[in-house]
Write a protein that binds this ligand. Structure first.
Ligand code: DAH
Length: 357
């Protein structure tokens, strides 16, 4: 995600990655960005304190002032942030943020006829809308006016995701006091802090932020660096149970019908049904062979799998299917799976008129 966002800002920004230590001074986290003494985020209830002077950074904004003081005017900071927060599908006590800051000179806004603040606010919104379109294409988004101690005006960007508005970033025009303290008196700046997991949730259709901490191969194997356009495929945390079934098919047999019958018996306990056609019948042209290979690769995604197929001397074709049973809520017992499988066999035989082997 970080690299994807970086690409959008191209080469005009300096990047600072995780080398910025996550244990930071209380002052950096709060005072440097003008968080008032009585602000709720300072409480032990909201922030992880290591000792009264040191906290686990609760936002990447903690590094703004330090980098401005060092003379940087365009930068992105990426890091892990820690908050005592509710745990649900969009909140987790550790996540990753990317901070962006851009400082303007009077020459930048004077020609536009706008004042510095309006110019920066407009540029900020344009820039972040561009980022959202770059990442998600034509997505539904909206701006919400809000409050942050370090910006005025302040905004949040929300994206419509899984039938809800999801906040993906906070931003605004930097308070003059922050710029003044870093020796920039004639400037205007904007800043944003975006949640990288939340962006990834929208991009890959990941429904729960807790999944980013999963070591389950069924999650981790779905994604790899640089591979975009992948959509998360749900899985259950309970193990699957596999049952194989072989039969001689007839001319009217289709996998669609098979899947219908299996679903009719086992309902949602069958994780997924996919269509697959793999008939090594001689006489088919090279194109068919190509599509067979393609479908053979595809089969590894499927939960009703054709795992064997042959044609005997009489021209009858036998196929063997593997069915994966799995519940999202509980472990299935051997007895119930055996009973389901027994019913599936009976129904497949009677409804599809195939001959079980
Ligand atoms: N630090 C804010 C947060 O974690 C996000 C944010 C808002 C960052 C406004 C900014 C900003 O740089 O200008 O919720």
């Amino acid at each position: 995600m970080r690299d994807l966002v970086n690409v959008c800002f191209q080469n005009s920004y300096s990047y600072f990655y995780e080398f910025l230590c996550q244990k930071i001074y209380f002052l950096q986290n709060f005072d440097d960005v003008l968080v008032p003494p009585d602000h709720i985020s300072r409480s032990y209830n909201d922030t992880y304190y290591i000792d009264p002077q040191t906290v686990l950074r609760c936002h990447t904004s903690a590094h703004q002032a330090e980098l401005l003081r060092r003379g940087h005017t365009h930068f992105l900071v990426t890091g892990d942030v820690y908050r005592r927060d509710s745990i649900d599908s969009t909140h987790y006590p550790v996540f990753h943020q990317m901070e962006g800051v851009r400082v303007f000179l009077p020459g930048d806004w004077e020609a536009s006829g706008m004042d510095g603040t309006s110019y920066a606010a407009e540029d900020l919104k344009k820039c972040l809308e561009g980022l959202a379109r770059h990442l998600f294409g034509d997505v539904e988004m909206r701006w919400i006016d809000t409050y942050f101690p370090f910006t005025n005006p302040s905004f949040e960007l929300e994206i419509y995701f899984q039938e809800k508005w999801l906040e993906v970033l906070g931003c605004g025009v930097t308070e003059q006091e922050i710029l003044k303290r870093s020796g920039k008196t004639d400037n205007v700046a904007w800043a944003f802090g975006l949640g990288l997991e939340r962006l990834a949730m929208v991009l890959f259709g990941i429904p729960d932020i807790r999944l980013f901490w999963s070591t389950d191969e069924r999650f981790t194997s779905q994604f790899s660096k640089g591979q975009l356009g992948v959509k998360f495929k749900p899985f259950s945390k309970y193990p699957p149970c596999y049952k194989d079934m072989s039969f001689w098919i007839n001319e009217s047999f289709t996998e669609n019908n098979l899947c219908e019958v299996v679903r009719g018996v086992a309902g949602d306990l069958v994780e997924e049904v996919c269509l697959f056609m793999f008939l090594p019948i001689t006489g088919l042209g090279p194109l068919h062979h190509f599509s067979q290979v393609a479908e053979l690769l595809y089969i590894f995604d499927c939960q009703v799998q054709l795992i064997d197929n042959f044609t005997n001397k009489k021209g009858m074709t036998s196929q063997c299917y593997r069915i994966a049973y799995r519940s999202m809520e509980r472990s299935l017992t051997d007895e119930e799976i055996n009973e389901l499988q027994w019913n599936v066999r009976e129904q497949v035989q009677s409804k599809l008129k195939v001959v079980l082997r």
